[in-house]
Design a protein around this ligand. Sequence first.
Ligand code: GAR
Length: 189
Amino acid sequence: MKKIAVFASGSGSNFQAIIEAVQKGELDADISLLVCDKSGAYAIERAKNEQIPYFVFNAKEYDNKEAYEKEILKNLQKHEVDFIVLAGYMRLIGTTLLNEFEGKIINIHPSLLPAFPGKDAIGQALHARVKVSGVTVHFVDVGMDTGPIIAQKAIEIGEQETKESLQTKIHQIEHQLYPKVIQTIIRGI
Ligand code: GAR
């Protein structure tokens, strides 16, 4: 069975959806590690609840990205991780991890890329007054949300849409889509 690591920075609702897909037998993977860069993130509580090992780090305690990614890499190797799933991890992945996991890192982003990359994609879409936004799953490369697109789902933005209502719609789509895409991709590696 393929061993995956999930990287998260926040609430970890996508992490939870991945856990539940494994529990229901819809995703054939072993979630071997959570990697988190925020000590107060709720994602860590989810890992504790499910007895999933976790590695938490504070980027400010390292000289640079290479230094903390080397530490992440040690943990990934210790848990024999085959594949990395970014789920709300709000940092760019550097060459230390990209070189070791070439073609084996995917990300989910709350917009129809290449529109609205980077932070606050939902706020960016509302500000731009687009009528349609959505969710993208893509392979990770050195850029900001630029790697090859694997899957996308569109969502209509209503007249009365708020950040909260769009966030809810996006999460619903993400929680369905991401486990399915992970299953398809890891079957092929
Ligand atoms: C998700 O909506 C994900 O698409 C987004 O962060 C949220 C994390 O939610 N990711 C990005 O914006 C990456 N650029 P979660 O912590 O509840 O899974």
